[in-house]
Design a protein around this ligand. Structure first.
Ligand code: S3P
Length: 161
């Protein structure tokens, strides 16, 4: 399972990792969009963040009893310690991190990132990073995707498994 802030590469690396090791791949944002029939952006806007977090929690419960999966979690999934405990039950938590500057350049796609929609993108990223300091420490192993090439990052994760 891949955890970390938005733009650290969870979905792209997760998809490739799954392909490499022959596991199915699940992106929790996409799974929530499928289950609810709404985009992440629409859930935040119409139903509110609490609803989105409860969808994440529901999904964490379902996923905690499945195996053979690479899971890319949304950046806020591990803000709920129950989700961390659930997901740790049957998997390894790989943490992805990157410096603010790198994240900032990667989070252009705001469609699934309502938390970054309003105001100044850079300020939002920096504020959330500050607020979430320590939130991703739940990982068993962490890599800095800003300092590695895509292939190197993939190898690092693979060799840890
Ligand atoms: C969020 C991250 C997003 C998505 C939602 C909330 C967050 O996922 O789940 O916009 O709170 O960090 P990504 O990390 O895949 O962008």
């Amino acid at each position: 399972m891949l955890i970390g802030f938005m733009g650290t590469g969870k979905s792209t690396l997760g998809r490739q990792l799954a392909r490499r090791i022959g596991y199915d791949f699940i992106d929790t944002d996409l799974a929530i969009e499928e289950v609810t029939g709404k985009t992440v952006e629409k859930i935040f806007r119409k139903d509110g963040p609490i609803r989105f977090r409860s969808e994440e929690n529901l999904l964490a419960r379902k996923l905690s009893v499945r195996s053979g999966l690479v899971i890319a979690t949304g950046g806020g999934m591990v803000l709920n310690s129950e989700n961390v405990n659930l997901l740790k039950q049957n998997g390894v938590l790989i943490g992805l991190k990157a410096e603010a500057e790198i994240i900032f350049s990667r989070v252009r796609n705001k469609r699934r990132r309502p938390l970054l929609r309003r105001g100044n993108l850079r300020e939002n990223v920096e504020r959330l990073l500050r607020e979430r300091e320590g939130a991703y420490d739940a990982a068993d192993f962490t890599i800095d995707t800003g300092k590695l090439s895509f292939g190197e990052a993939l190898n690092e994760i693979h060799s840890y498994l």
